[in-house]
Ligand binder design. Structure first.
Ligand code: GLA
Ligand code: ZN
Length: 677
């Protein structure tokens, strides 16, 4: 595999984070100390200017970039590169005072007051004008500096605006989507129900909470529009910068599984994917290893949006955050473990929010590399510096990729449809949890699955799991059939193929759009169970699975029955099936069971596909990255005791020791094995 270096200027892995010098301009001693301490911590990149608008432009039209220019230059002299943010994440007070339309209107139609951040009307022309001017000046004054390696658009784009301008833009968007044919919209939205017929596009309001929320098509289109409008805004910012400096790559920081925007659509407009990673480590509701596995899933979602290059962990905390319910410290060693997990999953960066704790306001107690004490002899600083050294050792890993032959399908629009549908049990739909639990089970077998959209090219995969694929996009069914036909191993579950992209139910039996033929079954009814209800599945191999929450009742056409229900009026009927289709197999699991129960089925699929599984001790994660010059194996001990891992050969880049056969991983320990060819 060809190496894809994100930052040729930096060469290796990036170690950096948000740096907010505008908070310390009256303390040159602190700015000097920062430079010295960054060197000591092995920082080679910082993110600047995320919230600097009021310092750049304290009054309208009165611009000051010279202070930032000096900082970028000083960093550059110290071989520290800059990711330069556009300042559109928060607006100065003068701007809102003069241009009211920049402030968002909420879902009851009430306009916000000035304050906070991330709350702009993305449609407002005045706001766009102001952003455009400052972005262009930023590119001219700062973007041309050789220290600037990337642009960071705004910050954590999100939310929605219900102002009159946005409403009008939504109506225009709909008119274009439905080719000015209001009757097409009426039919796709099934508006003959409850007399909700529209005569014109201008009658359509967005889903105000105190208004029209009962049309699934409307709710979905509003989400699609919000994504489209956000992308429109983001592209506008990118265009402003690229007019001056067309070669600087752009990213914007995603928020994990944030549900307000379809990140895959946004990803198409970005040069690299970056995200902000803040798990609740050491909580009291799951094991530490579970928190880690779940974080790995998030990394996989990010990685899979651009499979041909590494992604970036743009933010993480070296110690604690200030906005969790309980802001617990990362235990000693966990910083290294979590940093290396990001790299193991395909990130070429370990970045923090933030470099130095501010003295006041909302985030004054958020963790940072440098604490209020101000010294470099703290536990946190030492752990960060250790990570800095380690990342330097791991420089050859930069640009290598995680190549995997297994994928899990996960669609944003399917999420929206499942959240919105009035069916099942509102509390236990749990689409995301279901996906994560299955993904985790594969990781325990040493398989770091990609997480991709249902219409994406599945050619590079041999095993695909599609949990609860309720909404089928226009190409999903064809895609899945082709995948199995050419030899793929596919597993789908209950609640698959009920509706099309307009959320109209398929007629003639579920799953629709030709998937009945693929799986050889028809799902006739779905039973939602109360929390204390249980059913079971008796598998042909004699094992028993526990069924909770959902059970579909199937008619089997031409599939083999692998398991049947043990209880209730559908006792004895098919619960798990498999159909040979073309050269592959299509498995269907009609009931919700634990992912652990399904494990033998996953192992069977992997075996059919010739993908080897790894025997791993409980709580140890395994990942691989490969490139032309070498293959790297990562072992992460997510437990508090020493663990032996067998079958490990090569050179451990962490300890510099040659390893053959077995390694001892200390509590929270990490090994990165360079495979000998
Ligand atoms: C987000 C933001 C940062 C900061 C951190 C705190 O990721 O992008 O500006 O507020 O959260 O955890
Ligand atoms: Zn608006």
């Amino acid at each position: 595999m060809e190496k894809k270096i994100l930052f040729p200027q930096i060469g290796g892995l990036v170690h950096g984070g948000d740096y907010n010098p505008e908070q310390w301009l009256d303390r040159p001693d602190i700015l000097d100390a920062d430079m010295r301490m960054m060197k000591k911590a092995g920082i080679n990149c910082v993110t600047l200017g995320v919230f600097s608008w009021a310092t750049y432009e304290p009054e309208e039209g009165n611009y000051h970039f010279e202070w930032m220019e000096k900082i970028i230059e000083k960093l550059y002299q110290n071989e520290i590169y800059t990711i330069l943010a556009t300042p559109s994440g928060a607006r100065p007070a003068w701007l809102d005072g003069k241009y009211l339309e920049a402030m968002r209107v909420d879902n009851r139609g009430v306009r916000d007051h000035h304050g906070k951040r991330h709350n702009h009307c993305m449609t407002s022309d005045r706001y766009r004008d102001k952003v455009g001017i400052i972005d262009r000046m930023l590119a001219e004054r700062l973007g041309t500096h050789p220290g600037v390696v990337m642009y960071h658009i705004s910050n954590e784009l999100g939310g929605e605006c219900f102002c009159p301008r946005c409403v009008q833009k939504f109506q225009m968007y709909l008119a274009e989507q439905y080719e000015y044919d209001i009757e097409r919209l009426n039919s796709e939205w099934w508006t003959s129900f409850w007399s909700h017929h529209y005569n014109t596009f201008s009658e359509i309001e967005p889903p105000y909470v105190n208004g029209e929320t009962s049309i699934m098509g409307l709710n979905m289109e509003w989400k699609r529009f919000t994504t489209w409008n956000m992308i429109d805004f983001m592209r506008y910012e990118i265009a402003m910068l690229h007019r001056v400096t067309p070669d600087i790559p752009v990213t914007t920081n995603f928020m994990g599984l944030y549900g307000g925007l379809d990140y895959r659509k946004m990803a198409l407009r970005l040069d690299a994917i970056s995200w902000d990673n803040y798990p609740a480590y050491h909580n009291d509701f799951e094991t530490f290893a579970d928190t880690m596995y779940e974080t790995a899933f998030h990394h996989a979602v990010m990685r899979s949006m651009k499979r041909d290059k590494p992604f970036m962990m743009m933010e993480s905390t070296p110690s604690l955050v200030n906005w969790h319910g309980v802001n617990k410290l990362k235990r000693p060693g966990v910083h290294k473990l979590s940093a290396l997990q990001a790299v193991a999953c395909g990130s070429d960066t370990v970045q923090y929010f933030q470099w130095r704790k501010g003295r006041g306001s909302y985030e004054q107690f958020h963790g940072a590399v440098v604490d209020h004490i101000g010294t470099d002899d703290t536990r946190v600083f030492a752990e960060v510096a250790e990570v800095g050294q380690l990342l330097q050792k791991l420089a050859p890993v930069a640009g290598t990729l995680v190549g995997t032959r297994a994928a899990l399908l996960f669609d944003w629009e399917n999420r929206w449809a499942i959240w919105d549908v009035k069916a099942l049990c509102q509390q236990t739909k749990k689409y995301e949890r279901t996906c994560i639990d299955i993904w985790k089970e594969f990781l325990k077998l040493g398989i770091d699955m990609d997480v991709v959209g249902s219409e994406e090219d599945l050619n590079c995969y041999d095993v695909v799991v599609a949990p609860m694929q309720y909404l089928l996009q226009p190409r999903t069914a064809e895609n899945l059939k082709y995948f199995v036909e050419r030899g793929g191993q596919l597993l789908a579950t209950y609640f698959t193929g009920y509706v099309d992209a307009a959320q109209l139910c398929y007629l003639g039996g579920f799953p629709g759009d030709g998937l009945k033929e693929l799986f050889g079954i028809v799902s006739e009814e779905i039973d939602s169970l109360y929390p204390s209800d249980r059913n079971g599945v008796e598998m042909k191999d004699g094992s028993r699975w526990e069924v909770k929450e959902y059970a579909e009742i199937l008619r089997v056409q031409d599939a083999e029955v692998l398991g049947t229900y043990t209880d209730d009026f559908y006792q004895g009927s098919a619960a798990v099936t498999c159909k040979k289709y073309g050269k592959g197999n299509a498995y269907y699991v009609a009931a919700r069971t634990s992912a652990a129960d399904m494990r033998p089925l996953f192992e069977q699929m992997l075996e059919n596909a010739g993908i080897p599984v790894r025997k791993l001790p409980e709580g140890v994660e395994f990942h691989t990255r490969s490139g032309k010059e070498g293959n790297y194996e990562f072992y992460l001990n997510c437990t508090t005791h020493t663990v032996k891992v067998a079958g490990v050969c090569g050179r451990d880049m962490v300890t510099d020791a040659e390893v053959s056969e077995e390694i001892d991983l200390p509590p929270y320990g990490v090994a990165v094995i360079k495979k000998s060819e």
